[in-house]
Design a protein around this ligand. Structure first.
Ligand code: NI
Length: 170
Protein backbone atom coordinates (compact mmCIF):
# COMPACT_ATOMS: atom_id res chain seq x y z
CA UNK A 1 0.00 0.00 0.00
CA UNK A 2 1.20 3.50 -0.84
CA UNK A 3 1.14 6.49 1.52
CA UNK A 4 -1.37 9.16 0.56
CA UNK A 5 0.02 12.69 0.75
CA UNK A 6 -2.27 15.31 2.25
CA UNK A 7 -2.89 19.04 2.05
CA UNK A 8 0.25 21.02 2.76
CA UNK A 9 2.64 18.53 1.10
CA UNK A 10 4.59 20.19 -1.70
CA UNK A 11 4.19 17.27 -4.15
CA UNK A 12 0.45 17.99 -4.42
CA UNK A 13 1.31 21.38 -5.96
CA UNK A 14 3.78 20.20 -8.59
CA UNK A 15 3.26 20.25 -12.34
CA UNK A 16 3.46 16.58 -13.29
CA UNK A 17 5.59 15.27 -16.14
CA UNK A 18 4.74 12.75 -18.83
CA UNK A 19 5.44 9.05 -18.48
CA UNK A 20 7.76 7.74 -21.21
CA UNK A 21 8.48 4.18 -20.12
CA UNK A 22 5.60 1.70 -20.28
CA UNK A 23 7.46 -0.92 -18.31
CA UNK A 24 6.94 -3.30 -15.41
CA UNK A 25 7.56 -0.47 -12.93
CA UNK A 26 4.62 1.47 -14.38
CA UNK A 27 2.39 -1.60 -14.17
CA UNK A 28 3.42 -2.05 -10.53
CA UNK A 29 2.73 1.61 -9.80
CA UNK A 30 -0.75 1.53 -11.34
CA UNK A 31 -1.61 -1.73 -9.52
CA UNK A 32 -0.40 -0.26 -6.24
CA UNK A 33 -2.42 2.92 -6.88
CA UNK A 34 -5.57 0.86 -7.52
CA UNK A 35 -4.97 -1.18 -4.34
CA UNK A 36 -4.39 2.00 -2.35
CA UNK A 37 -7.54 3.54 -3.82
CA UNK A 38 -9.60 0.53 -2.81
CA UNK A 39 -8.10 0.44 0.67
CA UNK A 40 -8.87 4.15 1.11
CA UNK A 41 -12.41 3.59 -0.18
CA UNK A 42 -12.08 6.31 -2.83
CA UNK A 43 -12.99 6.45 -6.52
CA UNK A 44 -9.97 8.27 -7.94
CA UNK A 45 -6.29 8.70 -7.14
CA UNK A 46 -3.60 10.68 -8.98
CA UNK A 47 0.20 10.25 -9.06
CA UNK A 48 1.08 13.25 -6.86
CA UNK A 49 -1.25 11.95 -4.15
CA UNK A 50 1.12 9.01 -3.69
CA UNK A 51 4.22 11.18 -4.02
CA UNK A 52 4.75 10.55 -7.75
CA UNK A 53 4.55 13.82 -9.76
CA UNK A 54 3.83 12.02 -13.06
CA UNK A 55 0.89 12.20 -15.43
CA UNK A 56 -1.07 9.20 -14.22
CA UNK A 57 -4.33 8.69 -12.39
CA UNK A 58 -6.58 5.73 -11.67
CA UNK A 59 -10.35 5.63 -11.31
CA UNK A 60 -12.45 2.82 -9.90
CA UNK A 61 -16.16 3.51 -9.66
CA UNK A 62 -18.15 0.82 -7.86
CA UNK A 63 -19.40 -1.95 -10.19
CA UNK A 64 -17.35 -0.55 -13.09
CA UNK A 65 -14.02 -1.77 -14.33
CA UNK A 66 -10.95 0.01 -12.95
CA UNK A 67 -9.38 2.53 -15.35
CA UNK A 68 -5.77 3.70 -15.63
CA UNK A 69 -5.10 7.00 -17.43
CA UNK A 70 -1.50 7.67 -18.45
CA UNK A 71 -0.53 11.05 -19.98
CA UNK A 72 -4.19 12.11 -20.18
CA UNK A 73 -5.49 15.19 -21.89
CA UNK A 74 -9.03 16.56 -21.71
CA UNK A 75 -9.78 17.48 -25.31
CA UNK A 76 -13.40 18.66 -24.98
CA UNK A 77 -15.76 19.80 -22.24
CA UNK A 78 -19.48 20.52 -22.37
CA UNK A 79 -20.76 24.07 -22.03
CA UNK A 80 -23.33 22.73 -19.62
CA UNK A 81 -22.11 22.61 -16.02
CA UNK A 82 -23.38 20.99 -12.86
CA UNK A 83 -22.81 21.02 -9.10
CA UNK A 84 -21.60 17.98 -7.20
CA UNK A 85 -20.20 17.54 -3.71
CA UNK A 86 -16.54 16.54 -3.99
CA UNK A 87 -14.06 15.21 -1.54
CA UNK A 88 -10.41 14.26 -1.95
CA UNK A 89 -8.28 11.56 -0.36
CA UNK A 90 -5.63 14.26 0.15
CA UNK A 91 -8.09 16.40 2.15
CA UNK A 92 -9.85 13.62 4.04
CA UNK A 93 -13.06 14.15 5.95
CA UNK A 94 -14.33 17.32 4.28
CA UNK A 95 -16.51 17.87 1.22
CA UNK A 96 -17.78 20.81 -0.78
CA UNK A 97 -19.93 21.50 -3.82
CA UNK A 98 -17.89 22.17 -6.95
CA UNK A 99 -19.15 23.41 -10.34
CA UNK A 100 -17.71 21.66 -13.39
CA UNK A 101 -18.68 20.79 -16.97
CA UNK A 102 -21.05 17.80 -17.07
CA UNK A 103 -19.34 15.97 -19.94
CA UNK A 104 -15.74 15.61 -21.04
CA UNK A 105 -13.73 13.84 -23.68
CA UNK A 106 -10.38 12.53 -22.50
CA UNK A 107 -7.56 11.01 -24.49
CA UNK A 108 -4.95 8.97 -22.66
CA UNK A 109 -2.75 5.91 -22.85
CA UNK A 110 -3.32 2.70 -20.94
CA UNK A 111 -0.62 1.05 -18.85
CA UNK A 112 0.86 -0.60 -21.97
CA UNK A 113 1.01 2.70 -23.86
CA UNK A 114 -2.02 2.03 -26.05
CA UNK A 115 -4.00 5.22 -26.73
CA UNK A 116 -7.72 5.41 -25.96
CA UNK A 117 -10.47 8.02 -25.89
CA UNK A 118 -13.38 8.16 -23.46
CA UNK A 119 -16.44 10.38 -23.69
CA UNK A 120 -17.69 10.56 -20.14
CA UNK A 121 -20.64 11.98 -18.29
CA UNK A 122 -22.00 11.62 -14.75
CA UNK A 123 -19.68 10.61 -11.94
CA UNK A 124 -16.95 9.46 -14.34
CA UNK A 125 -16.77 12.90 -16.01
CA UNK A 126 -16.63 14.50 -12.58
CA UNK A 127 -13.89 12.18 -11.35
CA UNK A 128 -11.77 12.54 -14.51
CA UNK A 129 -11.77 16.34 -14.11
CA UNK A 130 -10.92 16.14 -10.41
CA UNK A 131 -7.99 13.76 -11.02
CA UNK A 132 -6.81 15.67 -14.08
CA UNK A 133 -6.55 18.82 -11.94
CA UNK A 134 -4.19 16.97 -9.57
CA UNK A 135 -1.71 16.58 -12.44
CA UNK A 136 -1.25 20.33 -12.65
CA UNK A 137 -1.02 20.75 -8.87
CA UNK A 138 -4.60 21.82 -8.52
CA UNK A 139 -7.04 20.72 -5.80
CA UNK A 140 -10.83 21.02 -5.86
CA UNK A 141 -10.68 23.68 -3.13
CA UNK A 142 -8.82 25.93 -5.60
CA UNK A 143 -12.05 26.01 -7.63
CA UNK A 144 -14.02 27.56 -4.75
CA UNK A 145 -14.16 31.24 -3.93
CA UNK A 146 -11.64 32.37 -1.28
CA UNK A 147 -14.16 32.40 1.58
CA UNK A 148 -15.44 28.91 0.85
CA UNK A 149 -11.91 27.62 0.40
CA UNK A 150 -10.87 29.03 3.80
CA UNK A 151 -13.91 27.37 5.40
CA UNK A 152 -13.04 23.95 3.97
CA UNK A 153 -9.39 24.27 5.03
CA UNK A 154 -10.39 25.31 8.56
CA UNK A 155 -12.83 22.38 8.83
CA UNK A 156 -10.13 20.02 7.58
CA UNK A 157 -7.54 21.33 10.06
CA UNK A 158 -9.99 21.01 12.91
CA UNK A 159 -10.77 17.39 11.97
CA UNK A 160 -7.10 16.68 11.59
CA UNK A 161 -6.28 17.96 15.07
CA UNK A 162 -9.10 15.87 16.55
CA UNK A 163 -7.81 12.78 14.72
CA UNK A 164 -4.27 13.35 15.99
CA UNK A 165 -5.55 13.68 19.55
CA UNK A 166 -7.46 10.41 19.25
CA UNK A 167 -4.33 8.69 17.96
CA UNK A 168 -2.26 10.11 20.82
CA UNK A 169 -4.61 8.61 23.39
CA UNK A 170 -4.26 5.06 22.02
NI1 NI B 1 -8.36 14.44 -5.09
Amino acid sequence: MLDIYTLGEEVLREQCSDIKEFDEALKMLSDAMLDTLEEADGIGLAGPQVGVPKNIFVIHIRDEKPLVFVNPSITATSMETGVYEEGCLSIPGVYHDVVRPLRVTVQAQDVTGKPFTIEADGILARCIQHEYDHLSGKLYIDRLDEKEKEKVIRAYEKKNRAARKRKARV
